[in-house]
Design a protein around this ligand. Structure first.
Ligand code: NAD
Length: 287
């Protein structure tokens, strides 16, 4: 059976990634349903998305016509029934398997049988999240990175039961409609990017905790020495240290103590210093 093009995307979650994904889709002219837990969070996210799109249009990063039409193409919602007409729904809620499983099951009940369902998890094996779904063949991982409108790569992660046609439809949407590049990643904890990146972030935090080099210098060394666009500490602060910590725990459980979270990251999260989203993080933690 041939697949119909995806004309409406449902985004579940109004945090960093839900907002970034909405900005990305709307900036490419794709209408969006943004599903959140409450009116206040959905309204705040909607305002931030429209502001970001206006700025992106001024900087010529997105088509002015798409930015102008974004307000009418963005449907904020708190009732999952709003997902009914979506050809694809992407779950972007907190990195916790039990919460994701619940949210995915709820979304699936409201989607049409031919719709695709994806998770934007950064580390959790997709096959585990597929376990309780009724249509696991229409489900896969699409790992967009932060900031979603700017990062070129999307990891596409089929699990063992993903249908080949569903995978192809998702990849075509990502490359042709969203103008991203894809890497097909194995369905193992952390996939490719975060399995490698989180190891680097964790070691950078341990180095910082030794107390004899400033955070900006660690990042400058990696930028200039390894050609990284962003240093590991700034990257971790942009991801959110709560998310980094959850991912490190998943990686430690899967691969062993090499990924044991740096005590500095654990302490910052305990103190509520989560990086950019709370105003303080690893970049402010050094000497
Ligand atoms: P965030 O903390 O900014 O937002 C989390 C969202 O989850 C919020 O909308 C919150 O309301 C919702 N949420 C929390 N508990 C919930 C519950 N019990 N039921 C329903 N919704 C709930 O997180 P984020 O950075 O946007 O991350 C979302 C997902 O994207 C995670 O799986 C994360 O690993 C992944 N991801 C994050 C990044 C990043 O750099 N931040 C990059 C790629 C992928």
């Amino acid at each position: 059976m041939s697949s119909s093009p995806i004309r409406l995307v449902g985004l579940i979650g109004t945090g960093i990634m839900g907002r970034g994904l909405a900005e990305l889709c709307l900036g490419r002219g794709v209408p969006v349903v943004l599903l959140g837990r409450g009116d206040a969070s959905v309204t705040a996210a909607r305002d931030a998305i429209l502001r970001a799109l206006r700025l992106a249009a001024r900087r010529k990063r997105v088509d002015g016509e798409h930015a102008g039409a974004a307000e009418e193409r963005l449907t904020p919602a708190t009732d999952p029934a709003a997902l009914t007409a979506c050809g694809l729904a992407i779950e972007a809620v907190v990195e916790a398997a039990d919460v994701k499983a619940k949210v995915l099951g709820l979304a699936e009940r409201h989607l049409s049988p031919r719709a695709l369902l994806a998770t934007n998890t950064s580390a959790l094996p997709v096959g585990g999240l597929a376990r309780d779904l009724e249509r696991p063949e229409r489900f896969l991982g699409l790992h967009f990175m932060n900031p979603a409108p700017l990062v070129s790569l999307v990891e596409c992660i089929p699990h063992a039961g993903t249908d080949a046609e569903a995978l192809e439809q998702a990849e075509t949407f990502v490359t042709d409609t969203l103008a991203k590049e894809t890497v097909r990643a194995p369905d193992r904890t952390g996939f490719v990017v975060n399995r490698l990146l989180l190891g680097l972030v964790n070691q950078a935090a341990r180095l910082l905790a030794e107390g004899d080099i400033a955070p900006a210098e660690i990042d400058r060394a990696l930028r200039l020495g390894c050609g990284h666009a962003m240093g590991p500490l700034a990257t971790a602060d942009a991801i959110g240290l709560d998310t980094v910590l959850r991912e490190l725990r998943e990686l430690e459980a899967a691969y062993g103590p090499a990924y044991a979270p740096a005590p500095l990251i654990e302490r910052l999260v305990r103190e509520g210093n989560l990086g950019r989203k709370s105003g303080r993080g690893l970049l402010q933690a050094g000497p």
